[in-house]
Write a protein that binds this ligand. Structure first.
Ligand code: GDP
Length: 192
């Protein structure tokens, strides 16, 4: 299958929602706790091992990074929640504005919530799910690091998450094994 994310490129990082570009096309928000495996997943999804390095550059970790997939589609990489290293003031800046973004942004098509398959649905994940539900934004739980579990336990983890958020279609991925990304791509493209 052709990877439609293959030519994804970094465009810019924003520290404030005030500077958002024009509200057009579709935006896919990539969210997750720090260390969930979001950067590795972005690299695997786009088949570009260097792409997400930009998000890990010191000083960029509190930015929303914009990655252009094509003229009509952007991936927005949110700072990992629980980014305790950033100042409280900066952290505060995101909360209310994220709500405003969800409320106003027409381009927002879907949120991918990356969660370690061994520790899904932590409090901060629920905050993101509630935000999605409140504003009727579809979301995809992406359960990362599936290589850490047996097939049996992968199935169990998927059912567990599905049981808690029945409207979702959780997808297990492994950046290490490059597994599950065809499915995740399809699910994202179905939502935009
Ligand atoms: P982020 O903070 O959410 O961007 O997470 P990273 O992508 O930086 O990954 C956090 C840690 O998990 C790193 O040590 C990665 O090597 C590891 N990791 C990420 N994805 C996988 C995976 O699919 N399998 C395994 N075994 N480890 C992973």
């Amino acid at each position: 299958m052709k990877n439609l994310f293959k030519n994804t490129e970094f465009i810019f990082g924003l520290t404030s929602y005030k500077n958002l570009p024009a509200d057009k096309g579709s935006e896919v928000l990539l969210a997750g706790r720090s260390n969930a495996g979001k950067s590795s997943a972005l690299n695997a999804l786009t088949d570009n091992p260097k792409l997400a390095r930009i998000s890990k550059t010191p000083g960029r970790t509190t930015e929303i990074n914009f990655f252009k997939v094509n003229e009509d589609l952007m991936l927005l990489d949110l700072p990992g929640y629980g980014f305790a290293k950033s100042s409280k003031a900066k952290k505060k800046d995101w909360g209310p504005l994220l709500g405003e973004y969800f409320q106003k942004r027409r381009a927002l098509a879907v949120v991918v919530i990356f969660m370690d398959i061994r520790h899904p649905l932590k409090e901060s994940d629920w905050e993101m799910i509630h935000l999605c539900r409140n504003y009727n934004v579809p979301f995809i739980p992406a359960l990362t690091k599936r290589d850490k579990l047996s097939n049996n336990n992968i199935t169990k983890a998927i059912s567990f998450v599905k049981g808690k958020i029945p409207e979702s279609n959780p997808i297990a991925v492994s950046s290490k094994d490059k597994a599950g990304f065809d499915k995740l791509s399809k699910e994202i493209l179905n939502s935009v």
